[in-house]
Design a protein around this ligand. Sequence first.
Ligand SMILES: Cc1cc2nc3c(=O)[nH]c(=O)nc-3n(C[C@H](O)[C@H](O)[C@H](O)COP(=O)(O)O)c2cc1C
Length: 254
Amino acid sequence: MELDFLALDPSQRYKLLASLVVPRPIALISTLGRNGVLNAAPFSFFNALGEDPPIVIFAADARASGGAKDTMRNVLETREYVVNLVDEAIAPQMHGCAVDTPPETSEFDLVGFTPVPSKAVRPPRIAQAPVCFECRLHTHLDFNTRHLCIGEVVWLHARGGVLDPHTLRRLPDAFHPVGRLYATRYCSTREEFELDNGAYAEKANAQSAIRKFRLPPPAALRCGERRPAARACAVPDTETAWTAPPTHRRCAPP
Ligand SMILES: Cc1cc2nc3c(=O)[nH]c(=O)nc-3n(C[C@H](O)[C@H](O)[C@H](O)COP(=O)(O)O)c2cc1C
């Protein structure tokens, strides 16, 4: 199946992205409203994107009933939030926090989370969460339909026993994060495996010639020209082996 992604309906794009880019980590974000109400909500359009600066990113759409989600409103008003990670033990409560509640209702009360004061930001962290990143809003991008928030991590809390204090690596079996699949489906992270790319490294070093492929330039669209209309599945569903474009050249060994 081949799909012209930009020509799809946004809800179709959402379904495809959300069910194919899996599993996704989950940020259970705690915020503090101007009205003093503590808020917690899960976001799986989320990831850690770098360590220098240490940034995490999440994206929120609008409420189904219209208007900004409480998390988004609070983050924009206070510019502070906590990303609490989710393990199996708190997965049901995390899922409960996704219920559309009025701004004056706290998900902490709804699902029974205990707030604990954070060290560097005003919103509290969730006591039951194994790992919490205290964040300050670094950059906010407003796409009208989606808000993208890049946060700088300013403090880390990890429950005792989660980290090896010498290596700063997560200890084996310290906690079992859950991943988001789609809709109400999740996965566990209990089955880990290791890979060794030593054989490929040896092969790469042994190769005296390095192949470089030059891709053909993309077909140019003139200014104001519209993309052709969508043709879902217009291309037959057959597998074709990738071959180098005709312009490829082989570099002489150094
Ligand atoms: C596991 C999970 C992941 C979610 N990820 C997102 C997300 O990435 N972006 C988003 O806008 N909503 C996401 N939602 C929905 C929000 O959590 C939900 O709309 C919530 O009610 C927002 O709460 P708030 O108004 O208190 O911020 C997710 C829900 C679940 C259960």
